[in-house]
Write a protein that binds this ligand. Sequence first.
Ligand SMILES: [Zn+2]
Length: 322
Amino acid sequence: MSMQNNVRILVADLGVFFLKKKEAKFREMSEFLKAMVSKLEELKTNPKEREWKEDFTFIQGADCQFGLIDRYILKSPVPNWDKEIKLSSDAIRQINRLEPKPRFFIICGDMLDAFPYPEEKALRERQLVDFHRIYKDLDPEIPLVCVCGNHDVGDIPTRATVDIYREQFGQDFFIFWVGGVKFLVLNSQYYRCPDNVPEELEKQNSLLDTLAEGPAKHTVAFQHIPYFLKTPDEEDDRYFNISKELRLELLEKLRDAGVRYIFTGHYHRNAGGFYKDVEQVVTSAIGGPLGNDPSGFRIVRVTEQGLTHEYVPVEISSSTDV
Ligand SMILES: [Zn+2]
């Protein structure tokens, strides 16, 4: 056999090897998503979850954002996301040990830092593989619920980026139930820039129109971008809040539908306040914080009377084995 043929066979073998590796990677990704979606489906459809039984807790976090610290905070010439991997891994270890066991863990957006636009798509896929590797260690009895952030669908969502988000994390606006409490998940990017996907904003609005149906002990909303950081009448910030014009209309709509608590992220600092009797909570990042609050998440306690919450810093372990 000629040398040339040997090289050809070697190249073909390598091609098959990398194809198989890629297939295995995607199989693993789809298995993670399948498990996540099926646990969430149970919370959406099981009639038992619509009845109040007893007090419970859940975990709310935001912005684990694999890749932000090196790229944005440290401006590292060769960015990676080892620091976020460690923070998420330590947070999961801490959450797995909690008693009573939280009924679910919701991440209010920006799971990954790279955008789903063509130029960053490959980088985002590498971050996603690590996200799956780390988050598969969450106790299987604690469903993971993901909310769409601006980094997950792009600051200007398009048909393609919305489809990528759904392939990677599932549906981006929906209602689910836990122990008699109704939870609404919204994609706040449709409030920021619906220009390329007006049909998605319309569908999300239709979902909001159904929110008041059926009795619920409490109704709670989650989204990535806060309506406001401190007060509902604050000025527009071009990045961190929802425009004043839309803000008051949406807050009133949510309130009318029975929502009394809204949990958000995006600000990478703790903040929040009240719109009438609706509490809006802004939670700092599981990943890189931008203010004085350390990386952390919130433990939310649900009783018949209402919800209370406490911000808990991530306990950094000495282990580097992640
Ligand atoms: Zn964000």
